[in-house]
Design a protein around this ligand. Structure first.
Ligand SMILES: Cc1ncc(COP(=O)(O)O)c(C=O)c1O
Length: 414
């Protein structure tokens, strides 16, 4: 029996309340009642300052305020305005452009890129491969268009990227499907904060080359939503040229997002950028991606496209934006470091963390542990395999305070 009244289930499990928003609402109510200093709200997926206010880059806000009506009122072309399509490639690749045929198509955030890649490079009913620790909306996006997510184990026992699990699962799925979409969220992965090293990348590329020998179509989607909050921008882009090593039947697509990098979460802008071996494959990419955009959200909002184009057209302004972001990235790194140190001091095991908005703590009963933490006014997100802490949304003092509380809750909850 379906739990819906008039709506159709279509194989989906739609909860009554979004879990994260539910916990986040309880956290907000606790803050209103007891005061911000007495509550830890580590549920929010946006960068907040130590007073709990959303960080908005002033340099970006100034560009926003200088816009005229035509900059936001007019429709943008389906694939994006031309200056944006050029600027966003510079933003995504920095000094590490891969060789090959590159095309960028504007999308509403990285989310839009994920949707279009899955719809065009997998078939109805197919499984899309990603890591066992992953951003839950991957499943929602895939399910909405009749696909599903399958996972490989992200880490070995000793906390390294699990290349063998990646190989085994890719091979298994390719044996049963005509094509395969692979999603790797790196650097500063959500929810663990792991970044694939250059060595990990060499191994990943090696596995894909071997698997691609079967001749089937493979799309490697690099979800780079957090790339500019990982560390030095160029250092963290060193893996990009490796995408050119892949053979003709593999297309790499970078899902780039303006949400975090330019603090433009609500302006809904990003791009899907392909690295293809031939001009025909790149043209096809552009054609199918624009077609899918037309059939889902039509064109992407113009406003953030104009903002990015202006920033990249003005080297001084770009420098200003980058140095302002660095200040906040350093703040985030301090918080991540503080959490790691406090966890080590009290013996709390965390999933390998390098950088970014989130740290994850593995545990057997995440729901029980997070309920227990709520009783102490610590609000975190329970996932399938552990608890996610948004260090992006809590001050350094809270990052130092909560690891022992989490440890105690996990021990009591088991
Ligand atoms: C892992 C990951 N990928 C992609 C996104 C997409 O974000 P947006 O659609 O705002 O660009 C997010 C946002 O939280 C994310 O966490």
């Amino acid at each position: 029996m379906t739990e819906f009244i008039l709506a159709r289930q279509n194989g989906r499990k739609i909860p009554r309340e979004d879990r994260i928003f539910g916990i986040s609402n309880r956290a907000k109510a606790a803050i209103a009642e007891k005061g911000r200093e007495n509550v830890v709200n580590g549920t929010i997926g946006a960068l907040l300052d130590d007073e709990g206010r959303l960080v908005v880059l002033k340099s970006v806000d100034e560009v926003f305020r200088g816009l005229g009506p035509n900059d936001y009122a007019e429709y943008a072309p389906i694939g994006g305005i031309v200056p944006f399509r050029e600027a966003v490639q510079k933003a995504a690749f920095g000094e590490h452009f891969p060789e090959g045929y590159l095309e960028a198509v504007a999308t509403p955030g990285g989310t839009g890129s994920l949707r279009n890649v899955i719809s065009n490079y997998s078939e109805a009913g197919d499984a899309v491969l990603t890591t066992d620790w992953h951003w839950a909306p991957y499943g929602t996006i895939a399910g909405e268009i009749g696909r599903k997510i399958e996972v490989f184990e992200m880490f070995t026992e000793d906390g390294r990227f699990n290349v063998e699990s990646f190989r085994a699962k890719s091979s298994e799925l390719l044996a049963g499907q005509n094509s395969l979409v692979i999603i790797l969220n790196t650097p500063a992965h959500n929810p663990t904060g792991y970044s694939l090293t250059v060595d990990d990348w060499d191994k990943v590329i090696g596995v894909i080359k071997e698997e691609a020998a079967c001749g089937k179509a493979i799309a490697l989607l690099v979800d780079a939503a957090y790339i500019d909050f990982a560390g030095d921008e160029e250092e963290y882009r060193r893996f990009m040229p490796k995408l050119s090593e892949l053979p003709e039947n593999v297309i790499s697509i970078v899902a780039y997002s303006l949400s975090k990098t330019f603090t433009l979460y609500g302006a809904r802008c990003g791009a899907m950028i392909c690295v293809a071996k031939t001009a025909e494959i790149a043209d096809e990419f552009r054609r199918v991606s624009e077609y899918s955009s037309r059939g889902s959200w039509s064109n992407t909002a113009r406003i953030a496209q104009v903002i990015l184009s202006r920033i990249y057209n003005d080297p001084e302004l770009l420098e200003k934006v980058n140095s302002e972001r660095k200040k906040y990235r350093d703040m985030l790194a301090d918080r991540g470091r503080a959490f790691g140190e406090a966890a080590a001091e009290c013996g709390l095991k965390i999933v390998p963390y390098d950088a970014g908005f989130f740290v994850s703590v593995p545990c057997d009963d995440p729901d029980a542990a997070s309920r227990m933490l709520e009783e102490q006014d610590v609000y975190l997100v329970p996932l399938a395999k552990g608890i996610r802490v948004s260090v992006a949304s809590i001050p350094e003092s809270a990052c130092r305070k909560i690891p022992p509380l989490i440890k105690e809750a996990i021990e009591k909850g088991c």
